[in-house]
Design a binder for this molecule. Sequence first.
Ligand code: ATP
Ligand code: MG
Length: 409
Amino acid sequence: MKPDTAQRVDFAALAEPQFLPAVPSANPPTWLGVMGGGQLGRMFAQAAQQMGYQVVVLEPAADCPAGQVAQRLINAGYTDGPALDELVAQCAAVTTEFENVPADSLARLAQQIFVAPNAAGVSVAQDRIAEKTFFVGCAEKSGVLPAPHKVIASQADIDAIGDELLPGILKTVRMGYDGKGQVRVASREDVRAAFESMGGVTCLLEKMLPLAYEISVLTARGVDGQSVVYPIAENVHRDGILFTTTVPGPNVSIECAQKAQAAATAFVAELGYVGVLCIEFFVLTDGSLVVNEMAPRPHNSGHYTMDACITSQFAQQVRAMARLPLGDVRQHSPAVMLNILGDVWFEGETYREPSWDKVVALPGANLHLYGKDDPRPGRKMGHVTFVGHTLDDAQRQFEAACAILGIAP
Ligand code: ATP
Ligand code: MG
């Protein structure tokens, strides 16, 4: 049952810390809701259940990673009115694991129950134009800028592209993930062809920057306006998909880490954000920091926190949405997180079961599989986090696992 107090609180106003009333926390065993049934929802549900909460998932697909573990799965679309009403009736608070959940649905829920992150924060991250506009508007406070960019919505926009934006990357404004919905372009003619190939939807042209490496900053902010920042993670992508996250990042200088931390803190404060937010940055070859994009939820690059930090990113999301004090973000062990894609089930065309027994025999290996039964190339099936006394230890185990799984390290 939802606690009585949930009926009397103006939850929409809670996004504004200055109006913060003395709101009770939502304690276990109350129900928490999550929009989306993917692996992020699954790991969220597991963290919430560990703390004694009950979890209900709203997800259109019948068999989904989060639905396998939650106490209840509501099989319906994200805009389904009666399904949203059921969430309101059952939950003390709702969060999202799926970035593209319609912001209107979150706003509708927020009229009656506490929603974290709120519709405003999620909608900024859903739209690359809104996101870039936010980053530019916040530059004085954050100290960082996004890549030079231009909105491409028509042929006239393409005609007006300045040489300084080429070569570049044309990205769809909405629904991009894992490098999908983006095309590398060298000339105005390339942009024209790419724009047409994407069906003429509004895009953003970004200047191609000389990256030295990529980092992400996982942060969380509570309803009281206090925020925390996890150690800076260094990410390697392959074919547009996150391949590894290493923490502490071997290339990250103290100066870079401090700058990124300060920027992340400014972003969540400016958004009046409640919950876990992950911000991706580029570090350029000249050492400068450029903000790329943000995810309004726990993030793949934060999975290492489950095995290497005092409070995992999922437990932190539970705390933020339940209006509990945020947890300690300290890292107790150096870590390398390896994403497990469906590719490792295949040797050439031949299907084979990966040797998990050999992988978990490696010291410091923590296997996480998401309960998906049809491995396909490029599909995220799980991850392994290697922790060690030193980063070298963790890296050695990571390399050994790559050899076992047939992955080039
Ligand atoms: P995801 O959701 O998986 O993080 P995405 O599809 O939303 O990815 P981006 O993060 O914007 O897309 O880009 C994917 C990758 O492409 C980046 O991690 C980076 O390696 C590269 N990339 C993107 N933009 C630029 C740029 N302006 N200059 C150089 N490389 C870039
Ligand atoms: Mg990205």
